[in-house]
Write a protein that binds this ligand. Structure first.
Ligand code: LMR
Length: 394
């Protein structure tokens, strides 16, 4: 049986973590996988999450199964967080999933069930797991232009021109905020234009939002998604609590279906539960229980929002600090990093330059040139700036 298998391809992001761990150099820096680290280089358990954890552990009396859709308070709280104030809030249904990758897969499977011939359009470039997940579900994938390598910003005109070709057999996958890997986000007017195209041409939007709170703020980061949800009959959303609740290993995500009516959304939810049953049956409980505890308590919610804002502000300072440090060394080559949003920036480094970063400086970035700004510490900026300049200028 297994002799016939070809060797597995290592994941371009996850494999970096192993190489980093095995690197003996003291100067090494992990700017690969998207995790937030504080100024001590630690990925903290957020204060509100710690408090929620104490409560959950104290009050929990059983480990009996929760149910196919997971924690319904969590599901409701996530719909509130994402869709409050929109008409979609009243015609949406949610299923707790194992991380947002689980949500991507459940929603892709749902789309395949509804329309197996669907093509999913994804941005060029996009999160490395988008294409594999969509294809694993049996869907076709096409790319729409997104990132302008010259300006390091979104090429809105090229994007909208190509998206105008998408029709009623198509799904368009968008990043809710903090685009992964580029750090370049579409503007509110782009959200409006894509909404218009979806209404006119009949494609369904699929929004993956994994970094809410790491761009312009918790509410602002959902503004485009909310506009779209308010103005469109059908869409699906995959959301993650890995980053904004710091729950990475707990695998806490949600799949949301917005339907023409609540009954339609609930019907779709029922089908997702069928798919979940034949895949993993139920999601793990702990992370969702913590989020439900935080979002169900005004004090914990306020504490969570405060810390998320602190993290976001530190991230913005790191971006500016890196640009200032590079400028002080006489180069404006990386000024665009200050304009990007969220954890990541595409630096424009070639795979060869990324390899030099790793070999000569112990700096681990993704081969496509993506760096995780949220993995930097203030005291590393100078070293990292020198490394960037060395590999790009000599
Ligand atoms: C990343 O892009 O680094 C994260 O979203 C982690 C992952 O699942 O790939």
């Amino acid at each position: 049986m297994f002799k016939q298998l070809a060797e597995a391809q290592p994941d371009p992001i996850l494999s970096l973590g192993i190489a980093y761990r095995d690197d003996p150099r003291d100067c090494k820096m992990d700017l690969g996988i998207g995790v937030y680290r504080n100024s001590e280089g630690v990925t903290p358990i957020m204060r509100a999450v710690q408090l929620a954890q104490q409560r959950v552990v104290t009050h929990q009396t059983t480990k009996a199964y929760v149910g196919l859709s997971g924690n319904e308070q969590f599901n409701q709280a996530m719909m509130d967080l994402l869709l409050t104030g929109t008409s979609a809030h009243e015609r949406a249904a949610a299923v707790q999933t194992p991380g947002a990758s689980g949500a991507l897969r459940m929603l892709a499977d749902l789309i395949y069930l509804a329309k197996p011939e669907t093509t999913v359009w994804i941005s060029n470039p996009s999160y490395v797991n988008h294409k594999p997940v969509m294809e694993a579900a049996g869907l076709q994938v096409r790319y729409y232009p997104y990132f302008d390598p010259e300006t390091k910003q979104v090429d809105s005109q090229a994007m909208l021109e190509v998206l105008a070709e998408a029709g009623d057999q198509d799904v368009v996958l968008l990043h809710g905020c903090c685009h992964n890997p580029t750090g370049a986000d579409i503007c509110f007017e782009d959200w409006q234009s894509i909404t218009e195209l979806a209404k006119k041409n009949g494609f369904m939007p699929f929004v993956d939002i994994a970094y809410q709170g790491f761009g312009d703020g918790l509410e602002q980061d959902a503004a485009g998604l909310r506009y779209m949800a308010d103005n469109i009959n059908e869409m699906v959303i995959a959301a993650s609590c890995s980053k904004n609740f710091g729950l990475y290993r707990e695998r806490t995500g949600v799949a949301i279906v917005v339907g023409e009516s609540l009954a339609e959304a609930q019907k779709a939810k029922g089908r997702i539960l069928n798919i979940a049953r034949s895949t993993y049956t139920m999601p793990p409980d702990h992370g969702a229980a913590l989020v439900a505890e935080v979002l169900g308590d005004a004090e914990l919610t306020a504490e969570w929002k405060k810390e998320l804002l602190e993290m976001n502000q530190r991230l913005i300072c790191l971006r500016q600090g890196l640009v200032d440090t590079i400028r002080a060394k006489g180069s404006h080559q990386f000024d665009f990093i200050a304009k990007h949003k969220g954890m990541f920036s595409i630096t424009g480094l070639t795979a060869e330059q990324v390899k030099r970063l790793r070999d000569e400086f112990g700096v681990y970035a993704v081969n496509d040139g993506r760096i995780n700004i949220a993995g930097l510490q203030e005291e590393q900026l100078d070293y990292f700036a020198d490394a960037l300049l060395a590999v790009t200028q000599s």
